[in-house]
Write a protein that binds this ligand. Structure first.
Ligand SMILES: Cc1cc2nc3c(=O)[nH]c(=O)nc-3n(C[C@H](O)[C@H](O)[C@H](O)COP(=O)(O)O)c2cc1C
Length: 158
């Protein structure tokens, strides 16, 4: 069975709630899924999954430094993450507070790794976002996103 890692940073629990929902939805849609805090993730861990989904709160319009650190350290495995499925999600305090730029910053790194990214024609186009504590809209977006990434991962990796 193809495996997904949902790896997140969260200080006050908002991003964590999204991460839990995404991991649950990956499992519901036929992937094995591990849920890990960035602090507990070694760059070498990334090699063991077909699908990698990263989440962060928005800090000054971009990802929090612990996630940036992990992604920077993943240079050790440059070219080895190529053709894995990638995804990103983010939380911010405000509407237009930068959650989309945070998602795009994460996706930028995944694209440079050569990963496969899927957009969303309705709802949260780049990846799920929440404003503060994730509401029903945000949690539904997490569920739909995980379902799409699970379907793509199964198509590519069985
Ligand atoms: C250092 C710092 C910078 C922040 N920068 C932004 C920001 O640029 N825009 C915004 O809307 N919220 C910002 N926030 C708020 C967090 O993104 C928001 O509270 C988020 O939901 C926290 O996620 P968490 O509960 O997973 O830690 C910032 C918070 C901190 C601590």
């Amino acid at each position: 069975m193809a495996k997904a890692l949902v790896c997140y940073y969260s200080r006050t629990g908002n991003t964590e709630k999204m991460a839990i929902k995404i991991a649950e939805a990956c499992r519901k849609n036929g992937l094995e899924a591990d849920l890990k805090k960035v602090e507990d993730t070694d760059p070498a861990d990334l090699l063991g999954y077909e699908c990698l989904i990263f989440g962060s709160p928005t800090y000054y319009g971009t990802m929090a430094w612990p996630l940036k650190k992990l992604l920077d350290e993943s240079v050790k495995y440059h070219r080895k993450l190529k053709s894995k499925v990638g995804g990103a999600f983010a939380s911010s305090a405000n509407i237009a507070g930068g959650n989309e730029t945070t998602v795009l910053a994460i996706l930028n790194a995944l694209l440079i790794h050569g990963m496969i990214i899927q957009g969303e024609p309705t709802g949260d186009h780049y990846g799920p976002v929440s404003i503060g504590k994730p509401d029903q809209r945000s949690l539904k977006s997490c569920e739909r996103y995980a379902g799409n990434l699970a379907a793509l991962t199964k198509k590519l990796f069985g």
